[in-house]
Design a protein around this ligand. Structure first.
Ligand code: NAD
Length: 294
């Protein structure tokens, strides 16, 4: 049971911590959902850059006929950039943490949230693979801590995976679902387990595709084509891995290998690509070449 405002509260104020790749998209959909959004990061420059990206993406929505100019102006007016954590969260009903994937940093933030947030605040983390239970363990209110896993780009991708840690209470899960729906997202609820529901399967497919490439089953292009046209995947596993970054993918595989066992053993060829610096689109070459990004 939540303390303070309890069940009958309406969530109106959302704080998004971290204005990077994910935080920007989350602030975008929160503001479009009608929430007052405090977007917090460590510097004014990062926040200004984030607001520019959000504005650009919202305006693309007007061109595509998805939103009106008035809706975009109102949404932008609801986002307040702040550098101080206390200022961002002291009146927040719902916090979404989207800082880098570093357990120590997330622990520090969840301890600070204990100090600054009102008693009724739900505290969500957008971690892609870390344990919600472990993040919540430093909190004096672990029942209020929940996983809210968005996908990249967060303003486009439909799914939010809601992850229940050991202590997460039903009301925190219900409110997270409500917030995600108001942001226009579909949700699935999963119990915490390494890789949740999505990262686990995705890592497995990408790794298997690399084993097939190493074994000479087919070319990367043909493996991608086979999965797209034969199995109806919107992107091939190599195209997707190039987008996500093979270094990121390798980190997830190493974690899954350590926690779930041999079936997630990273393919030696994938490791070789990472060692060679062929990390994907972000560096101009991965499995494919991206000359414009070099
Ligand atoms: P990012 O590096 O693009 O952004 C992180 C932001 O947090 C940066 O702007 C940084 O300045 C800011 N930051 C650092 N320390 C901070 C602090 N103490 N207080 C406030 N802000 C701080 O990272 P990202 O890709 O947006 O990832 C954020 C989280 O989302 C991670 O946990 C990641 O695993 C998860 N995630 C990422 C993806 C993805 O595809 N990138 C997808 C799903 C989930």
């Amino acid at each position: 049971m939540l303390e303070g405002k309890g069940n009958c509260m309406g969530i109106e104020k959302v704080a998004v911590l971290g204005a990077g790749l994910m935080g920007r998209g989350i602030a975008h959909v929160a503001a479009l959902g009608g929430y007052q959004v405090a977007l917090q990061d460590v510097s004014d420059d990062i926040l200004a850059q984030a607001l520019k990206v959000i504005e650009g993406n919202l305006k693309k929505g007007i061109e595509l006929g998805k939103v009106t100019k008035e809706t975009v102006e109102a949404a932008l007016g609801r986002i307040k950039p702040v550098t101080g954590l206390k200022e961002a969260v002291e009146n927040a009903d719902f916090v979404i943490e989207a800082v880098p994937e570093d357990l120590q940093l997330k622990h520090q933030i969840f301890m600070d949230l204990d100090t600054f947030c009102p008693p009724h605040t739900v505290m969500a983390t957008n971690t892609s693979a870390k344990s919600i239970t472990e993040i919540a363990a430093v909190s004096k209110r672990p029942h209020m801590v929940v996983g809210m896993h968005f996908f990249n780009p967060a303003h486009v991708m439909k799914l939010v995976e809601i992850v229940r840690g050991l202590e997460t209470c039903d009301e925190a899960v219900r409110l997270t679902e409500e917030v995600a729906h108001r942001m226009g997202k579909e949700t699935v609820e999963v119990n915490e387990f390494p890789g949740f529901a999505t990262s686990r399967i995705n890592a497995m497919i990408g790794n298997e595709a690399f084993y097939m490439l190493m074994e000479g089953v087919a070319s990367a292009r043909d493996i991608d084509k086979a999965l797209k046209l034969g199995l109806n995947h919107p992107m091939g596993p190599f195209e997707l891995g190039d987008l996500v970054g093979w270094d990121t993918r390798l980190k997830v595989l190493e974690y899954l290998h350590a926690t779930l066992g041999a079936k997630f053993r990273p393919c030696p060829l994938l490791i070789k690509y990472v060692k060679a610096g062929r990390l994907g689109r972000k560096v101009g070459r991965g499995v494919y070449e991206y000359p414009d990004k070099k």
